[in-house]
Design a protein around this ligand. Structure first.
Ligand code: SF4
Ligand code: SF4
Length: 250
């Protein structure tokens, strides 16, 4: 991938090649779509709420549950499984994934796992890849062979990785959240700017935010372009949570 260091030394991907094929008709079809602990990233949520033609708020209420992550100190949003015996994914059907083109990054990249790190916030992101081979998955017995780059391209991972990496810089930051009595408010800000993009848009456009901060994007762009808005949300979080100079005050 351009501009990034790839470290393929994880022993289970030999010579940067692996065999895998998933298709309707394979015996294990959709076995992987149940009882999952699937964390949704801001970009996953954006894609899914557009796909489902609902607001971020409705999506969060209907399809997710939130748990605090002690390691990152931030709330993580999980895709809520159905309340059936097998705890199936709300989007799985007999024909497969009903949101296939907009399925979460974790579903797209499987069976590859990707760990991205950016040690000091300045150097290029370093990627490590490994295989996530589940026992029930028969896709590994197929002949089709891939390189990591081919797989990432085939699964449309570039935009997911680009957006998720920016957010990872926030949730993996070692920086302090400041005085204790500010933390609860900061957690609320994190939740809104990360997951409820519609609410963040309202906040940006109606709260005087644009009078206080220098923002590259024009008002119309922030009103209509979800990606530009999400990138602004990440900058604002770095500024507000950690006091980084990611935004300039007027
Ligand atoms: S278990 Fe593996 S091969 Fe089977 S449907 Fe899921 S990803 Fe595809
Ligand atoms: S979103 Fe789609 S691919 Fe992912 S678990 Fe649900 S049904 Fe399966």
């Amino acid at each position: 991938m351009k501009g990034k260091n790839q470290d393929l030394s994880f022993n289970s991907i030999k010579n940067n090649r692996f065999r895998f094929k998933c298709y309707k008709g394979i015996k294990c079809f959709t076995k992987c779509c149940k009882d999952l602990n699937l964390i949704l990233t801001p970009y996953d949520i954006l894609r899914l709420k557009i796909r489902l033609h609902c607001s971020s708020e409705t999506f969060l209420e209907d399809y997710t549950e939130t748990r605090m992550d002690q390691r990152s100190r931030f709330p993580m949003v999980y895709l809520k499984m159905r309340n059936d015996e097998e705890k199936t994914c709300p989007f799985v059907s007999q024909d497969g994934c009903a949101v296939y083109e907009d399925r979460p990054g974790a579903c797209r990249i499987y069976p590859v796992g990707r760990a991205a790190t950016k040690p000091d916030g300045k150097r290029d992101t370093t990627e490590r890849f490994f295989m996530v081979a589940e026992n029930h998955c028969l896709g590994f017995q197929e002949e089709k062979e891939w390189t990591i780059d081919e797989w990432m391209g085939n699964e449309g991972m570039d935009i997911y990785n680009a957006m998720n990496d920016q957010w990872m810089e926030i949730i993996t930051s070692a920086k302090d959240l400041g005085p204790k009595d500010h933390v609860a408010q900061k957690i609320k800000m994190f939740y809104m700017a990360s997951y409820n993009l519609d609410r963040f848009r309202e906040f940006i456009l109606k709260s005087g935010f644009l009078n206080r901060f220098e923002v590259e994007s024009k008002v119309e762009e922030l009103a209509n372009d979800d990606i530009k808005l999400m990138l602004l949300a990440f900058k604002w979080l770095k500024f507000s949570l950690f006091g980084e100079k990611s935004l300039k005050m007027k």
